[in-house]
Write a protein that binds this ligand. Structure first.
Ligand SMILES: *Cc1c(COP(=O)(O)O)cnc(C)c1O
Length: 576
């Protein structure tokens, strides 16, 4: 690997330094450019490389690759390139959508060759395209009718086609570019077919079937993001006859897979558990409570590897420089030696100056984004900004702060707060579209809310970053027990914002007094707690003493959690 390739990594000599920093000096024997860490995902959220995702699963995939690139770890991410992507519009209380065509060439992908898979008695030819980024590469399979991310019903034929293409097609693509996977990380069960393709290759090339199973299992990591196995979609035997079995060469593998059906139906998690000996959950809480069973009926144990973020991607550069200068972060974006003592030296005046720079950045982005009335909601002066930004889904409870509109209006007015709400409704989710409409009608009826609550449609990475960088307080209120990890709150904390959150997902990696915790035995109590926390947070921004305590406490607890390099270290430790 030529050093000139890594001009972004000025301070890092080479990957050996990183391996040493994470105490894994011998890793270069396990990982090499020809034998990379392989990461399989149906969703990638990395628009700068042309691929838009739907939410946290894709953001995590993009960040994992970016961290690997930054630390020069040999890493290949295999994912579909979707030729079409959906966007949300919102005007006159109507949730709408438009679709955009995307071409891989426009984003710097190079065509490698084609591969074939079999489906419904036909040969489907897919393009293999790749983009090399430092020590990493994004390897995609695609064809003009591949469709959009999560198009059609989950459990439907088109999804199965997409998943089979990624697995069997992606596995052939790896061989086309001359790579052998040192490890296969399956980012959720939609990527099961990649491990199946490997098993089939081994078993059809002369390896004893049971040896092939053992080998595949040893080198496959299944990363679970879901809580309840029963919530997962099922496929039928008939669907497998059309899309899956025709791609298998080994009779033994086909028999093994057929035996896993129960009453003619199968859940991919059932077989993913069988094929992956390594299994992880995405936060401490999630790994503990995810309720999965193997075929023998035993509860599956998940190793907790809490998600992290690629800090430079999501943080205002001025803040990254500040955290590095203070040695709160080291050159690998790991917590610096003595970071606890260094966090104690932070001053409120510095936090405020950095947040002012963040506000300017947010306003720059808002000047080309629209609110629910079609205006650009730029916020000037010393108003505070609160935000709620995440997919518009039930369990995240985007309506919670609006439970009592008068109370919210009173708080916003009293402390001069503007409240930003961002989050896409999944296309076709009429229930949530209706909830969004009700919410924004409530806002419209109250003159204070109408002035101070701004809904930003088409939530994406740009908005996610801008709000994290520019908002003073962020609100995160999933129903406790339902968020696997979440990463947007990490972006808020690292950008020196105050977090108001329920004790769930990765937030619960740290004690509940590490941030402003929303709690209560009933939803009513939680709402009351939320309003109190919002007031506390607003007051803290008007009091240097309180602000320092809150921000320091957050950083002391969460910097190690947030660090994407820490996450990569944890995965490497678990895998090798
Ligand atoms: C960070 C980010 C996410 C992750 O959101 P969580 O709700 O915290 O899982 C999703 N979408 C976008 C656009 C993001 O930037």
């Amino acid at each position: 690997m030529g050093k000139n390739l890594f001009h972004r990594l000025e301070n890092i000599e080479d990957v050996e330094d990183f391996y040493e920093a994470i105490d894994r000096k011998h890793l270069s024997q396990s990982l090499s450019p020809e034998r990379p860490y392989t990461y399989w995902t149906i969703e990638l959220y990395d628009k700068s490389n042309g691929i838009r995702g739907g939410g946290g699963l894709g953001v995590l995939a993009a960040d994992t690759r970016r961290v690997a690139e930054r630390q020069q770890v040999p890493f290949t991410l295999i994912t579909p390139f979707y030729p079409s992507e959906s966007h949300q519009t919102y005007l006159n209380f109507e949730n709408g959508a438009y679709h955009e065509q995307v071409s891989y060439a426009q984003y710097g992908f190079n065509f490698v060759d084609t591969i074939n898979i079999k489906a419904c008695g036909q040969i489907c030819t897919l393009d293999v395209v790749e983009k090399i980024l430092g020590s990493t590469r994004i390897l995609c399979i695609t064809e003009p009718n591949f469709g959009e991310l999560y198009s059609g019903e989950s459990g439907g034929d088109h999804r199965l086609y997409q998943e089979v293409s990624l697995g069997f097609g992606g596995y052939q693509a790896l061989k086309l570019v001359g790579l052998k996977p040192a490890i296969m990380q399956l980012n959720e069960v939609a990527t099961f077919f990649a491990a199946l393709a490997r098993l089939d290759e081994l078993a059809s090339n002369g390896m004893d079937f049971y040896e092939a199973v053992v080998y595949t299992r040893k080198h496959t990591l299944y990363t679970n993001h879901t809580l309840v196995q029963a919530a997962e979609a099922e496929f039928s035997y008939d669907q497998f006859e059309r899309y899956v079995f025709p791609n298998l060469k080994s009779k033994a593998v086909k028999k093994w897979l057929s035996d896993k059906f129960d009453n003619g139906r199968i859940r991919l998690s059932t077989v993913t558990i069988e094929i992956a000996e390594l299994r992880s959950g995405v936060s401490k809480l999630h790994a503990r409570v995810a309720n999965y069973h193997d075929l023998a009926g035993n509860k599956v144990k998940f190793k907790a590897v809490t998600n992290g973020i690629d800090i430079p991607t999501w943080t205002l550069p001025e803040i990254v420089n500040y955290l590095k200068k203070k040695n709160i972060l080291d050159k690998f974006d790991l917590p610096g030696e003595k970071y606890l003592e260094n966090v104690d030296k932070i001053e409120a005046s510095e936090i405020k100056a950095l947040k002012e720079a963040g506000r300017a950045e947010l306003n720059r982005v808002l000047s080309h984004r629209l609110d629910q009335y079609g205006n650009h909601p730029v916020i000037e002066g010393d108003a505070l900004i609160f935000d709620f930004k995440r997919r518009f889904v039930d369990y995240k409870r985007p309506w919670l702060p609006l439970t009592n509109p008068e109370r919210l209006a009173e708080i916003l007015e009293k402390y001069n707060i503007h409240y930003f709400l961002a989050g896409r409704v999944h296309e076709g989710d009429w229930t949530m579209a209706e909830k969004l409409r009700n919410l924004l009608e409530t806002v419209d009826k109250n003159p204070i809310l109408k002035k101070r609550v701004h809904y930003l449609p088409d939530y994406d990475e740009e908005l996610g970053r801008a709000l994290s960088v520019g908002a003073n307080v962020s609100i995160n209120t999933p129903i406790v027990g339902l968020e696997a990890c979440g990463t947007s709150w990490m972006k808020d904390i690292i950008n020196l914002g105050i977090l108001v959150s329920t004790h769930d997902g990765g937030v619960a990696d740290c004690p509940s007094d590490s941030y402003l915790c929303v709690s209560g035995k009933t939803e009513e109590e939680e709402v009351e707690s939320l309003y109190q926390r919002m007031e506390e947070a607003a007051k803290a921004w008007r009091s240097d003493f309180d602000l320092e305590i809150l921000i320091k406490t957050e950083l002391k607890n969460f910097v190690p959690v947030i660090s994407g390099s820490r996450m990569l270290r944890d995965y490497l430790n678990y895998l090798f």
